[in-house]
Ligand binder design. Structure first.
Ligand code: URA
Length: 279
């Protein structure tokens, strides 16, 4: 039986297929959404969703606990890490991460490696990192830098979408145990790709990779290091979805200018002036 929410999902999916990542909600639409949400939360006699099963029942499967990197080149080595990540016991044993592996994308010979926190709804659906609204912001940032997505390597600290009870399209940040469970995977990727620069996208990625704590503001604006590779910390692109202020955009952009300078890229006067207040 089709429910009102199915029509809404169908509409949103058709908008998404047309390339839209946002829809405007007026007060009436908001109220309608609220009602749908309340109705959807009322218990109904259906079997539990797979996400709830995943969240409450760790899978007793023969799984990988020790990484063995084989292969003669970067692509083969990464493929071997990816294969083992799919059955990575430390992550699955927690029972709080979903099943689909979202590993990484991009160029194995990249100079820049960008690392986010964990896949969300869109990333899990497409099995690709940064393809949802945050990914579109990331594309905008790369475009402003004059870099294409296939020139860089994009990965995440946590390789599975953090589950929430009664899973909706909402996402949550990974917790410290989830981060610790996947850390060997991303460290292996860094070791194999050997980028010239790593960009940690957001405080969660920075905390997990660099063992830092404190505000994002205290972590950015300086160079850190992992295995002798310089790391720049910046805002997660999804922060730009919440905060459209040019001040935040400028701060993120200054981090990107620092990266471009470090790589010896040509920077135009126009690029240097992006998001500065108009004189
Ligand atoms: N946020 C992340 O950190 N990674 C993604 O792939 C998407 C959103």
């Amino acid at each position: 039986m089709s429910r009102p929410v199915d029509a809404l999902i169908e509409f949103l999916e058709s908008e998404q297929a047309r390339g839209k990542s946002h829809v405007f909600l007026d007060d009436e639409a908001r109220e309608g959404m609220r009602e749908l949400y309340i109705r959807a939360r009322k218990p109904i006699a259906t079997p539990p969703s797979p996400a709830v099963e995943i969240a409450s029942a760790p899978r007793p499967i023969a799984q990988t606990t020790k990484l063995i990197i084989d292969g003669s080149d970067k692509a083969a080595k990464l493929e071997s890490v990816k294969r083992q990540a799919a059955s990575w016991a430390p992550a699955h044993a927690l029972g709080s991460l979903r099943e689909t592996l979202v590993f990484a994308s991009g160029n194995v010979d990249a100079k820049i490696m960008m690392i986010g926190e964990a896949p969300g709804y869109h990333e899990e659906k497409d099995i690709q990192p940064f393809v949802g609204p945050a990914g579109q912001k990331l594309n905008d940032i790369l475009k402003a830098m004059g870099i294409s997505r296939d020139e860089i390597y994009i990965s995440s600290l946590v390789k599975f979408r953090p589950a929430i009870p009664k899973q909706t399209t909402n996402n949550r940040k990974p917790n410290p145990e989830e981060i610790a469970s996947c850390l060997p995977l991303v460290l292996a990727e860094i070791d194999i790709v050997q980028p010239e620069i790593i960009i940690a996208l957001g405080g969660t990625a920075a905390e997990g990779l660099l063992n830092l704590s404190g505000s994002l503001e205290s972590m950015r604006g300086t160079w850190h290091q992992i295995s002798n590779i310089p790391v720049r910390v910046t805002y997660h692109p999804s922060y730009l979805l919440q905060s459209s202020s040019n001040q935040v955009k400028r701060l993120l952009w200054e981090d990107m200018l620092a990266v471009m300078e470090k790589l010896g890229m040509t920077i135009s006067e126009k690029q240097r002036g992006f998001f500065l207040p108009k004189a």
